[in-house]
Design a protein around this ligand. Structure first.
Ligand SMILES: C[S@@+](CC[C@H](N)C(=O)[O-])C[C@H]1O[C@@H](n2cnc3c(N)ncnc32)[C@H](O)[C@@H]1O
Length: 317
């Protein structure tokens, strides 16, 4: 069996890449990656884009994103990484970090890559994959060596590669028509494929985490808000664009996670733009309260309910 190309990630970490279609080894030929069969015969050639391996199979996500939107995402991603992702992974990998190890983490649908950069700065070997237009921001990241263009339904990694695999609001954008909130005929299969891949590339006992707006809540605080408006999008009953805690539990359970449970959501949202005005602060106060209450043990029963606009679930492989 040929040895696959070793991709030099952050902090000297190294990971083997495999062909996203066949999972056969890949070798590097100049600027390209070539997947090879058992006899070393070339099967398929993959290129690079802006210096990042382009291993996208099965289509790109043509997201509408502009400079203004990316600036907003920098500050909101900075907030959630500082207050949600870093504390979550530091708690989970306390012993490993104390031993001087660098747990290997994958951010799925990492967008502009801010969370990848900050998790690397916090001591993790963090990789990120994405197949959309936010990747145009990647050359600006300080830690960009772990970034690869790939479709999360066909990941270019061997099974059991990461200590943790996570995504922030990616599932709603899989199995939809373009960058819309209309689900496609294959949305259930596509989302299951994404969950299967996240669990496949996690190590045994590894952590898998996903979050997004709550399908059960009548308001979607994340998508489709007009610039400068505080009015959340109405989330009609019956729409399958968003996901519920139950949806995630079913998918990750069937992907092979032994235990999937709701997580506290406090720290994810800083309401960074709403905090800029008195009206914004007043309007966001009840949502902040719901986040805080549902994050306590006593009120965890609120997590799947329509009162909480955001859900987070974690599973162990
Ligand atoms: C709403 S953004 C979230 C970005 C970032 N994770 C965050 O929390 O701000 C959704 C991201 O998922 C990416 N995405 C959608 N479908 C994907 C797929 N099949 N594979 C990889 N990334 C995908 C998009 O390109 C986009 O960057």
């Amino acid at each position: 069996m040929n040895k696959s190309v070793v991709f030099a990630g952050p902090h000297g970490d190294e990971i083997e890449l495999v062909c996203p279609r066949t999972r056969s080894p890949m070798i590097q030929k100049g600027e390209t990656f070539v997947s090879v069969d058992e006899d070393g015969r070339g099967l398929e050639t993959w290129k690079q884009e802006n210096g990042f391996p382009d291993l996208v199979l099965g289509g790109r996500f043509d997201d509408e994103t502009d400079e203004r939107c990316r600036c907003y995402e920098i500050s909101s991603n900075e907030y959630s990484t500082e207050n949600f992702w870093i504390p979550l992974f530091k708690r989970r990998f306390k012993a490993e970090l104390e031993r001087g190890e660098r747990p290997r983490i994958l951010s799925v649908g990492c967008g502009i890559g801010v969370e990848v950069e900050m998790l690397c700065e916090a001591g993790f070997a963090c990789y990120g994959i994405d197949n959309g237009n936010r990747t145009k921001d990647w050359p600006k990241r300080k830690f960009s060596s772990g970034l690869l263009l790939a479709n999360a339904m066909h990941m270019p990694f061997k099974s059991d590669s990461f200590d943790a695999v996570f995504c922030g609001c990616v599932f709603p954008h899989v199995g939809v028509v373009g960058d819309s909130n209309i689900t496609s005929e294959t949305y259930l299969l596509d989302r299951q494929k994404l969950a299967d891949e996240m669990v496949r590339v996690a190590k045994p006992s590894g952590l898998v985490v996903a979050c997004s707006p709550n399908r059960m809540c009548p308001f979607d605080i994340f998508h489709g808000r007009e610039a400068g408006s505080y009015l959340p999008r109405f989330n009609p009953w019956g729409s399958r664009f968003l996901l519920s805690i139950g949806d995630y539990k079913r998918m990750f359970g069937s992907a092979g996670c032994s235990k999937v449970e709701s997580l506290p959501v406090e720290g994810f949202w800083g309401f960074v733009t709403m905090n800029n005005s008195i009206k914004g602060r007043l309007l966001s106060a009840p949502i902040k309260l719901a986040f805080r209450l549902a994050s306590t043990r006593a009120f965890r029963f609120l997590r799947p309910s329509p009162f909480l606009p955001w859900v987070a679930v974690g599973g162990t492989k």
